[in-house]
Design a protein around this ligand. Sequence first.
Ligand SMILES: NC(=O)NCCC(=O)O
Ligand SMILES: [Zn+2]
Ligand SMILES: [Zn+2]
Length: 472
Amino acid sequence: MTKKIIKGGTIATATDIFEGDILIEGEKIVQIGKDLLDTEAEIIDATGKYVFPGGIDPHTHLDMPFNNTVTDDDWESGTIAAAFGGTTTILDFALTAGETKLSTAVEKWHEKATGKAVIDYGFHLMVTDLNEETEKELPLLLEKEGITSIKVFMAYAKEFQASDNTLFKAFKAGKETGAVVMVHCENGSVIDELVEAAKRAGNTAPIYHALTRPPELEGEATKRAIELAHVAGAKLYVVHVTCKEAVDEIVKAREKGYDVYGETCPPYLTLDQSLLAQPGFEGAKYVWSPPLRPKSHQEPLWNALKAKQLQTIGSDQCSFSFNGKKQLGLNDFSKIPNGGPFIEDRFTVLYSEGVTKGRISINDFVDAVSTSAAKIFGLFPQKGTIAIGSDADIVIFDPNVKRIISAETHHMNVDYNAFEGMEVTGEPVSVLLRGEFIVKDKEFVGTIGGGKYIKRPLKKKAASTLEAAVSN
Ligand SMILES: NC(=O)NCCC(=O)O
Ligand SMILES: [Zn+2]
Ligand SMILES: [Zn+2]
């Protein structure tokens, strides 16, 4: 078995920070301590660097059919970009829209990923319609595939939106199986009305994407999802929280003891709605859902992250080239494919804007980019930390480098970067996946198809007071 010692770095986990060495044997961390010695081990010098657990991105869309097209990053380009950015595991959404059997979607997602992924991965199972058949199939499929998370959309009325009935059934399935239910919270039916009204009035520019999806409709849907999940007794995870209205609902629910978690994404913390209002079609680069908000929403998001009322940072990677697929909406904002390229910069933008600007601690950073997602989605402690027995998924990070984010140097398969021109401090230098380098001194050295599908164990929730009262 190959051995490596990562020497002299500053090891940072979600709870600790200390100088030390890590001994890796094969795929696992076997020892952590000072001045470790092993004559058979390759020595990796991490002096002056941080040593972090590999990033876990709980929200990606690779090779996804959406808005009459398909994303530009597939499982090869997308996971290579993720690796450069310090992410060693992703959880992607297997979409079941249009499938009569849920298993067909999972089979399709395995085909997309197998032989291409360079980092480890799992799937969330998306449901659009829970009928008699799919309701029966769901728990069996989760168990068989080792999937611990169900996804429901309350938005995209014409494509993915589920009824409240299906949403509630998903929560019941979550309660019965122990799976966490992830929800895109926006009121899709009302948004559809606002979009049609804007178009009738001749308002077709990209900014109308944001103006027809106001934060109140995210807040309202978040509140509805929270209450329905609570009545069903399910664990709820609100994806891509963008605004004060939604944060407030999550905080209120958590203060009442509801089992609710929230994710936000780097663009909502750092970019704002004015980007959609640029002259011409430039704003299309920033069309995704929910939309960017006015700058005043950023502080509540940072505060909630710091207070751990929001627990994770997802990329919501869903990339479409500006000079390519984004042009589908040139004369109609509602036809601009929704999504942006973020998988590569998720980790560093959070470090740079969060840690170096004093908004969150280094431990909060590790928690948000890795550990919390591992815990919520059933990967911990195999992944998401640096501990004896954990997978040796490790990022050696230079905290002193300054660089400018640009599409010229990124590795995603798109012609623009939403953070173009942003100066960031810090950069992953080398990345190990299960004990092997996949990025070494900023060069990709991984294996196409070397990523492994990770099955996750389902764990049933204890009955809540409300459920106990209902069943008595
Ligand atoms: N976010 C976005 O606009 N595209 C991906 C699909 C979703 O997460 O809603
Ligand atoms: Zn979404
Ligand atoms: Zn998404």
